[in-house]
Design a protein around this ligand. Sequence first.
Ligand code: SF4
Ligand code: SF4
Length: 230
Amino acid sequence: MPRRYSIQHWRLVVQILALLLFTYLLSSGRNKLWMLIMLALLILTPLGGRLYCGWLCPINTLLRPVSWLRSKKAGRPAPALPRVRWISWLRVTIFILFLLLFAMTLRGMIKINLILILAPFAILTTVFFSAAVWHRYFCPFGVLFSLPASVSRWRFRINPDLCRACGRCQRVCPAGAIAVDEPSAKTYHILPRYCLSCFTCQEVCPHSSIELTAARPDSSRAEEKARPPV
Ligand code: SF4
Ligand code: SF4
């Protein structure tokens, strides 16, 4: 019998509640409390991965309807970002700028909310490209979380003995976190630094090949060599 409520339903509920909490804290002038929640989740990232990004981030929650509407309207997958060299530089520049603004905000030199500033850019990016472009290349919070996430203990893994290389998980991953070995296109890997712990891939895999498991020490290197889709 099919499950009545999937993890995706619960994730949506958590995301909406987190968005409401964020809005409440912002409107009552207590947005530092949100920063504390984020910091706590950042500290836990080496253990459980990017749970903040996948389950709490208000920007990610806002991107869900944007992605959905765009894919409904276009009727085909959103384009990936063209592979150009300056993207890495742009990513680093945005991140440095973000760190400067973050430090200035913490010291009380300026009063801005970085999430509010970034949200319109995230929405605009997702109108034209796949949401993975924002998550992987432009979101400075994403870059921050990706550093500890690359060593996260608990992570999603594709069991090569069960995987039939259908590519379904890669097509639904909102973060472009599933890479495939080239040129064979037969071995899929989940890259923990990009994974948002959203469980979408696990739910769509027709062969139950995706497991949430504690990392094996030698696994990350092979995964990082595989080519990601965006
Ligand atoms: S959906 Fe499952 S079987 Fe298909 S490529 Fe992904 S892990 Fe392999
Ligand atoms: S790899 Fe799976 S759990 Fe991670 S972001 Fe992609 S779909 Fe979600």
